[in-house]
Write a protein that binds this ligand. Structure first.
Ligand SMILES: C[S@@+](CC[C@H](N)C(=O)[O-])C[C@H]1O[C@@H](n2cnc3c(N)ncnc32)[C@H](O)[C@@H]1O
Length: 293
């Protein structure tokens, strides 16, 4: 299993220039960032969080030597509840690489992928009591579904697809059922013009809704706005909704004297990185430095 860490050099370069004794990797995933930080900064301790237990298990195994040396600890946690971690406001560096990992996408049973068939689930942590994607499709009315598809997927055909979901005679059980339904509800010429998989935006929208991703991000930022210590905060985001929230919040923080924006414009991956890792194409990195006041 591999997840090519996105904009890793840029992340390391920012960390290198600040104090980095205690680092919080808030989206551990497959541990790519954490491993690189532990190797590059021999003095540092890394706490890795992820709401997905499979990610925690994988990374613990990958980084077990660092755990033995007491330089690394992994903990299943939603970053939206960061305040529940003891001393959560005492780290030198906070890194959040938002979205889904390669492991989630390539495990059909998790239901994240439109490219392989599996149950319509999409929950990053099934113990968090959220509805599965199948339940969302089943229990939401047509208007709500259209709103979800538009708001979180910016899908132009949100209404047509929502209507097709509700008119469908058989319940949608699998990711394949949903992909087929999306295909038949969009006119062929539209699909040819789209340039991406016709189901991509709908899957993104459902995933964001199922995992309440925007609210968790807001909760996290709300907690960090009260920081009163020097810390580097880095976000890597993959769609405009997340990036907009981070950008707006950083501006507010700067205006209220919380600290300083380090990236006036977001950093983006190099052409070479995008060529080698297509997933990186939409990445935007923003960084902020909080101060004691
Ligand atoms: C893009 S991956 C991170 C990859 C990681 N940087 C690496 O190098 O392997 C995003 C990870 O964030 C996790 N995640 C998403 N939302 C989260 C949240 N609210 N709290 C904690 N983890 C979250 C996902 O489960 C996923 O494993």
């Amino acid at each position: 299993m591999n997840h090519e860490p996105v904009m890793l050099n840029e992340v390391l370069e920012l960390i290198k220039n600040c104090r980095h004794q205690k680092i919080l990797d808030g989206t551990l995933g497959l541990g790519g960032y954490s491993e690189a930080m532990l190797k590059n900064f021999p003095e540092c301790f890394v706490l890795g969080l992820d709401r997905d237990q499979q990610a925690i298990n994988f990374s613990r195994e990958r980084l077990k030597n660092f755990e033995l040396e007491k330089r690394f600890l992994a903990c299943q946690k939603n970053f939206g509840s960061l305040s529940e971690i003891p001393d959560a406001d005492s780290f030198d560096v906070y890194v959040f690489d938002l979205g889904v990992s390669n492991m989630q996408i390539t495990t059909p049973e998790r239901g994240f992928s439109f490219q392989s068939d599996g149950p319509l689930d999409m929950r990053m942590n099934p113990d968090e009591n959220s509805l599965t994607a199948r339940e969302v499709l089943e229990q939401s009315d047509e208007k709500t579904l259209a709103e979800i598809f538009w708001k979180y997927g910016e899908e132009r055909f949100s209404r047509q697809i929502a209507s097709a979901v509700k008119k469908n005679k058989k319940p949608l059980e699998t990711t394949g059922d949903l992909v087929n339904l999306i295909r038949v509800s969009l006119p062929q010429p539209v699909q040819r013009k789209m340039g991406t998989h016709p189901a991509r935006r709908i899957f993104q929208a459902l995933r964001i809704y199922v995992n309440d991703e925007m609210q968790e991000l807001e909760n996290l930022l709300k907690f960090m706005e009260n920081f009163n210590h020097e810390a580097l905060i880095i976000f890597v985001s993959y769609h405009s909704l997340e990036d907009r929230i981070v950008k707006k919040t950083f501006r507010e923080w700067q205006s209220s004297g919380t600290g300083k924006i380090l990236t006036r414009h977001p950093m983006t991956p190099s052409e070479l990185e995008v060529k080698n890792n297509y997933k990186a194409r939409s990445a935007k990195l923003r960084a902020f430095f909080t101060i004691r006041h």
